[in-house]
Every structure is written in C-alpha cells, then in structure tokens.
Write a protein that binds this ligand. Structure first.
Ligand code: SF4
Length: 707
C-alpha cells in the first residue's frame, strides 16, 4: 500500500496551523507542520499530533445512540430523526416553541458544517432559547465591534508581524496560540518584535509562559484591568499624547471621552490593581510614543465582570494613539469569506428581547449561557423542557456546572450532536455523532476572519466518510427537516457547505468578479492545498465601516453606565468570606475538555493542580503538594495545591475542563485523570452586567486544608 500526503489545518484551536498528514491506507503514519502553509509556516504544537488519537479513539461514538433505561442502544439515523422529531413537535405543540433550547459549544466554529447548517435546525425549532459558548468568553469583543464599528465581526486584530510595541492584557498566547487573534507560531512572532527593536509587555495576575518572555510583566489583581486602562486613557489626554492620525475626522464622540475617564486617576488605578502609578504611566507613555503599537486583551479581561468595558477601553487606547487601522497597530482582517462590509449579513443586535427569569439581554438572538440552568429549573410559561446540545460540554465549561448538571437531569428530552458521552451528553436521550474531523472537509470560516495575516485554505478530508456515517451538516439537514415536517412548517435543506463556500469565495474580495488576481474559488483552493497567501493585513476600515453614519462611535451606548458602575465599585469593601481571587490557566497540551481523552496529551506530569503563592499557603498553614478545599459561593472542590511564585499573592489558578470522574461518562483515559472542574466554583450569578458574559476570572474563593 502506498503512502499519501494530505495537507489541511489542525482544527483543535484557533491557530489553525497547517499540517502534513502521511497515511498508508487507513493508518496515520505521521503528522507534521506544513512548512508551506503561509500562515503557520510549519509551526504546530503537541495537540496536532493528538489528531491521530482523536481519529482512532475507541471511545468516540460512531453510530446514533438512544438511551433505554441505563443503557445505550444503537439505532438507525431514520429512527433517530423520526423519534426526535415526533417528541419535539409534541412538546412544542403542548408547551410552545420556547420550551426547547439549543446550546452550541466551541467546536462548532472549528467545523464549518455546523456554522453553515445550524440554521436549518434553528428554523425548525423556532425558539428564542438559543445559547452558545460565545457568551462564556467572547461576547465583549462582538458587542464592542457592533457598537463602535457597526458589525459584530468587525474585530480588529494586532498586526503582530509589524508592530513595535505589543501590550497584552490577560492573555497567554504562547500557551493558547492566540484567541480572537489567530496567530500560529506566536512565540517566534513575539520574539521578532524584540529582534526588530520593539518590545512586548504583559499585564496578568500570573507570570505566564508569555509573561516570562516579555520585556516587562506587571502583576494585576483580577478584575481591575478597567481601572488601569481608563487611567492610561486619562494620561494620554492629560499629557497631550492623543494623536488619532488619519481617523480624526471619522471619530464620533471623541470630545466626550476625556470627561468620562477624568475620575480614573493613576492613584485609583494603583489602589485597585496593585500596579504602581509609575509603572502604569510609563507603559502608557511608551505605548503612545512607539512608532506603532497594538493593545490586545483576552480571557483575563474578556471573562470578568467588566469585560465589555475592558474591550472598549482597549480599542480606545488603540484609537487615541493612532493605532487603529494602521500598519503595526490593530486592523480588521480582509478575509476571503465573510469579508465584513456594509451588507454583510448578521451585523448583530443587543437587547431586542430579554431572558425570562433574570431579564438578561439577548445578543444576536442568543441569551447568555449563564442563565441556561435557571431557564430549565424555574417553572412557568416558556420554561425550557428540552435541549439540543451541538458539540458542547457546558457542565464543564460554563459557570456553576453542578447546577447545569442538576438542570439537565430534569429535562423531558435532551438530544446531543456529539462524538463523546461526556459530562453533559450523559444526560441525553439521543446522541447523534457526526464524522470525525479527518473524515470531512473544512474551510476555516471563523478563524481566517481573525488571522494576523490574510490567507485562505480549503481542507480536504483525509479519510473517506465511513459507511453509514453522516457529516454534521447532514445531521442538521436531516433533523431540521424531520422536525419541520412533523410541525408542518416550511423548511429546506441546504446544499453541502463546500458549495456554499465556493459561492462565497467567488463573490468575495479576492474573486475574479472583484477583479482580484488571486481569482479565488473552491477549485483554486483545491489546487493549492497549502493555502493561498493573500498578504499582510491591509488598513481599509473606513471603506468597510458598517455604522449608519459611517463614523467610528467612540462612546458606545453601554459605556457610560459601565464607567459609573466601575467607579462606584471602587469604594465597595472587599468580600471577607472569600478573600482570594480565582483565575483560570491555559496549557499548550489542553484546550477543550475532550482533549483529556488523548494519551499523547495527558501523559507526563499532571497539569490540573491549583497554583497558589507561597505566602498565601504559609498564611493558611498549608504545604505544597497538600490536598486543599477551595470554596466559592456556589460550591467547593478538593485539589492538590502547588506553591508557585508565578502567582500574584491573593490569587489562585485552576485550569478548566477537568473533573471527568462522573458516573456515566465514557471517556476511558479522561476518567482516570485527576483534577476537578473549576466551573464547580465559578458562579452563574457573577457576570458582566452589561452583556451577561460569564465572569470566570476573579471569582472570590477561599482555600483551606482538606480534612
Ligand atoms: S497551535 Fe496546536 S492545536 Fe492549535 S492549531 Fe496549531 S497545532 Fe493545532
């Protein structure tokens, strides 16, 4: 049997590195970085090698399953669609459409069939109760993009390959390879900034892998980034450092910003954040005076009580220093598909309607996931009685996972499109497994829109579709139409996603129609399996801006109230019962919870321990390596603690996605791992009040020796 080389993206994280996979018949012989990929340039991390584990995993479900008592029974697709459709139609007739909810997890954006065809199922269900992982970690980015630039996907990314100063708040790209910024090979890219005479600075409560390499690292108390950002903005005005460059005539509301940030002095920022006035001022001055600069903030700032305000302030800092839409600053990528410009669908909307119980606003037709449990557990009209999960494990990834666990156990019907029986899908009545990632094609619709260099690549399947299997988009077409038929409503199946991408490519900015020499189409991408290089980021914001008046709106509608709320909070006394602050942490060998079932990734020393500063351990009489009890308002877990001066005193860190030892989970390697779910501590009542985005960082906790 001869060997064959396949070129495609690794879909396991947002970096979408190109990989070369050598196969011999049904066997994978090797997985390496694709040196010819114009974005990742040969880089991969250890997770890519685990694609083989995922493909071969005996725990991966390969046929539809139905729960019968405590057993799982294999059934046909026809039976599955028929029975589910019957039960949904009956339930919605009796209780209304909103009695059914949908939760879409993070892997949906890594499998384009879910993105293109999810609407077939949603049209059939016609429910307001839509939820997704977006409101767990990235809603602030989209809300700010909508309110400032007029489109939720008009998200500027750092021009890391040309910047002279990169300021990073609450992100560890060396472990994550970028998030809301697709940046494979980020370590080399960061080092290149230093090699060309620039610098990068990290502000984080933990001296992370990225902070370790930075020119400067400052510890910050979790949840206080907004004070620092607003003080920096204030200093720019005070010291005459505001220079909005070419965008001056395009800015709406500039004159209001100075007064808005006036109360946020350096001394207030120091008192709140723990970073000295001098350090904050010095960083702000260097940022403003650099030839080019890009400020980027991620989980540490997005996933906290002032996440939306932080993302606003980050963009204001970029704008006031002339670094928005400028080479070496931050630029909205020019993607081949989903190129944001007026007329691009789904610009987004906030607060058109509100959730039933807590009255949190929808965004783009979705409620914040933090209210999913209460929508199931609270009786009344429109109570959620059935749930569809699409590649999601909210029991481990959403706040107060134990409450979700309890809620899912009470549903009348649960259907999961998933490849594992995990902590969430163990509650399902039906599990419908799509083909594995190497068995279907893919275009990185979501992440090429956030990439630090413009490229396009189509990923052909490595292996043929197994007999009897269905792709995710075929399941969504099948389910959607079966339910529509039972409900006697009109719906239609969509053509395969590659056809939809071809249409989009041929009407996009790099098409023949647009007069671009690349003349992109599906055929062109198939003829270029390593991807097509479309060049560096190109400033063109004002030709694409989606606001009605074609201006950049500096004073986004929700900012004033958030600024007032932040200022008022400064005088509130600290919570004494839970004096420590909990943050997450990312490791290069982990991303989503299901990756803990791959032996290549979990081998070696455990990575799920709690990290705590030696002084905090000593103050509690706890030794390194000891088992501790960590308590929060909603729960407690027991975990081994490691002493680490990486941590800021007063802050502890526990990574997410662990805690697989629950009854009914069929993940044989993950279940044998230690660790507990950090989301048994995070709080579904602790969120960004402006959007409802979960606040998973800065959760008040206490640690004591386990008895
Ligand atoms: S950084 Fe690792 S997991 Fe992410 S795409 Fe690249 S190889 Fe895959």
């Amino acid at each position: 049997m001869s060997q064959q080389a396949h070129y495609r993206a690794c879909h396991l994280c947002e970096a979408i590195c190109g990989v070369e996979i050598i196969t011999e018949g049904p066997q994978i012989i090797s997985i390496k970085g694709d040196l010819k990929d114009p974005l990742s340039r040969g880089h991969i991390c250890p997770k890519a090698i685990a694609l083989q584990d995922l493909h071969e995993d005996p725990d991966r479900i390969r046929t539809p399953k139905k729960r019968v008592g405590d057993e799982w029974q294999d059934i046909s697709w026809t039976q599955a669609f028929e029975e589910i459709a019957e039960r949904v139609a009956h339930l919605q007739l009796e209780k209304g459409n909103n009695a059914v909810a949908v939760y879409a997890g993070n892997p949906n954006v890594h499998n384009y069939g879910n993105l293109t065809h999810g609407r077939v199922l949603r049209k059939a269900l016609a429910t307001r109760n839509n939820f997704s992982a977006t409101s767990l970690d990235q809603l602030p980015h989209h809300v700010m993009a909508l309110q400032m630039f007029g489109h939720q996907f008009m998200v500027p990314v750092a021009d890391i390959d040309r910047t002279q100063f990169m300021l990073i708040f609450g992100a560890n790209p060396i472990a994550s390879n970028g998030s809301m910024m697709t940046v494979p090979d980020v370590k080399k890219r960061l080092k290149s900034i230093q090699q060309r005479g620039g610098e990068f600075v990290v502000i984080d409560p933990r001296r992370s892998e990225t902070a370790e390499l930075a020119d400067q690292h400052a510890f910050i108390k979790p949840g206080t980034d907004a004070y620092v950002l607003l003080a920096m903005i204030r200093l720019l005005f005070e010291e005459g450092l505001v220079d909005t460059g070419n965008l001056t005539q395009e800015l709406e509301g500039l004159h209001l910003i100075e007064a808005l940030v006036a109360p946020f002095t350096l001394s207030l920022a120091e008192a709140q954040s723990g970073i000295s006035e001098a350090v904050i001022a010095d960083i702000a001055r260097r940022f403003a005076n650099a030839d080019s600069a890009a400020c980027y903030g991620r989980m540490g700032v997005s996933v906290q009580a002032y996440g939306t305000l932080c993302q606003w302030a980050i963009q204001i800092l970029n704008i006031l220093t002339g670094n928005l839409d400028a080479e070496g600053g931050v630029i909205v990528p020019n993607s081949a598909v989903g190129y944001v410009q007026p007329g691009e669908p789904s610009p987004g909307h906030l607060g058109r309607f509100h959730s039933r119980v807590s009255q949190l606003p929808e965004f783009g037709g979705e409620f914040p996931s933090t209210v999913l449990a209460e929508e199931i557990l609270t009786t009344g009209e429109d109570q959620v009685k059935a749930l569809f999960t699409l590649a999601g494990n909210p029991v481990l990834s959403a706040p107060n996972g134990r409450r979700l666990d309890e809620a899912f156990a009470q549903l009348d019907l649960m259907v999961s499109i998933d490849i594992y029986i995990n902590e969430t899908t163990r509650h399902a009545d039906y599990i419908l497994p799509p083909t594995g990632p190497l068995e279907h094609d893919h275009y990185d619709y979501a992440f090429l829109r956030l990439a630090v260099h413009n490229t396009a690549r189509f990923n052909e399947p490595v292996f043929p579709k197994p007999e009897g299997a269905l792709h995710d988009w075929e399941i969504l077409n099948g389910l959607g139409n079966a339910i529509s038929t039972k409900k006697n409503i009109r719906n239609s199946t969509l053509p395969p996603p590659d056809m939809l991408m071809d249409m989009a490519l041929q009407s996009g900015p790099y098409s023949k129609k647009a007069g671009h020499p690349a003349e992109l189409s599906l055929a062109v991408l198939k003829a270029n399996p390593h991807g097509v290089d479309l060049g560096p980021l190109q400033p063109a914001l004002m030709s694409r801006i989606c606001t009605q008046d074609k201006k950049i709106h500096l004073l986004a509608p929700l900012v004033e109230s958030e600024v007032s709320r932040l200022f008022a909070q400064a005088s509130e006394s600290a919570v004494q019962r839970f004096p420590l602050s909990l943050i997450g942490r990312r490791h290069v060998r982990s991303n989503n919870s299901w990756m803990h079932n791959y032996h290549r990734l979990v081998k070696g020393k455990p990575r799920w321990q709690c990290l705590m500063h030696p002084d905090d351990l000593a103050a509690r009489g706890i030794d390194c390596g000891q088992k501790v009890k960590i308590s929060s308002r909603v729960g407690e877990i027991e975990l081994e603690v490691q002493s680490s001066d990486e941590m800021m005193p007063g802050v502890i860190s526990v990574p997410h996605g662990w805690g697989h030892q629950r009854k009914g989970v069929v993940m044989s390697i993950a279940s044998k791992q230690g660790g507990q779910s950090v989301n048994d501590l995070t709080d579904d009542e602790y969120y960004d009040q402006s959007t409802g985005n979960s606040a998973l960082n800065g959760v008040p906790v206490e640690v004591s020796a386990a008895v």
